[in-house]
Design a protein. Structure first.
Length: 282
């Protein structure tokens, strides 16, 4: 079974993501198996089940602490309630050459090794969990400092095991995945404009027909659906964080028809823009 690409939507005004993920259960691998360009650190606060990483299948339980490199397929399955804290960051979130500095050599090596998946145990596990829990209660600069401390702790540790083989990680189709990322980056930077298939396809040197097949194969979605998801995601943030009218938000997010915007918003979010906003505006 091929993993699906998961696009990590950026949180407003933050350069990396830390979030609590709670699920009642997720017993099927088809619901969980995915990959993304971001590096991920995952701490399981509550649950027991199976962890799939690349070509490895293992049991996981409460206290599990793992790190997945960019593009490494992974997923957790369980019949129990699952509570996890997930940190997701782009390798270049502090600049293209930040982790190439001499002082960060070990962290850079950690990021490279994480492409095979890393499982941390012992004292490292306990100290890392303390930092992760503290990060949940921090904001801005302090949260960033805690992240750097966490990366330094993990990079300095010998209490870890590689999860999958080096041969497996080397065989990931980086060309296809980098093409998809390029498409997503283009949509995110141009969602408020008219986005044509012809122009987007040309960015990755494909004809329109080949582009449609490529996107469908790797995302299991139509191109128009992906564009609408980006636009609606941006609209939802504006509905919460701005005083713009719904019509203004509609046009600001690349739509030129209000009724079409309302329909797509409800299809994706499950309620009308006005209903969505009313939950946050008191």
């Amino acid at each position: 079974m091929k993993p699906e690409l998961e696009k990590i939507q950026e949180v407003h005004r933050t350069s990396f993501i830390i979030k609590e993920v709670i699920r009642e259960k997720r017993p099927l691998l088809t619901q969980a198996w995915h990959y993304h360009p971001e590096i991920e650190i995952c701490f399981t606060r509550k649950s027991i089940g199976k962890r799939y990483v690349g070509n490895n299948i293992s049991q996981y339980k409460e206290g599990d602490l793992v790190m997945f490199g960019e593009l490494l397929p992974h997923g957790f399955t369980t019949i129990h309630q699952c509570e996890q804290i997930v940190i997701q960051l782009d390798r270049e979130f502090l600049g293209a050459s930040f982790f190439n500095k001499p002082e960060l050599r070990r962290v850079n090596e950690l990021l490279n090794q994480s492409k095979m998946g890393l499982h941390f145990s012992g004292k490292t596990n306990k100290e890392a969990i303390k930092l992760i829990n503290a990060m949940m209660n921090k904001e801005g600069f302090e949260r960033l400092i805690h992240l750097l401390k966490l990366l330094h702790l993990l990079a300095s540790s010998k209490e870890y095991k590689l999860i999958c083989s080096k041969e497996y990680s080397a065989n990931l189709n980086l060309d296809s995945l980098s093409r998809i990322k390029k498409v997503f980056d283009f949509i995110e930077n141009n969602y408020e404009r008219n986005i044509t298939v012809e122009h987007t396809a040309s960015l990755i040197n494909l004809t329109e027909s080949a582009f449609y097949k490529f996107i469908k194969k790797h995302t299991k979605k139509k191109f128009t659906q992906i564009v609408n998801e980006f636009r609606v995601n941006k609209a939802s943030k504006l509905l919460i964080n701005s005083e713009m009218t719904i019509a203004e938000i509609c046009y600001n997010c690349g739509y030129n028809n209000l009724s079409y915007f309302n329909r797509k918003f409800k299809e994706i979010i499950g309620e009308k823009p006005s209903e969505f906003r009313s939950k946050y505006i008191r």
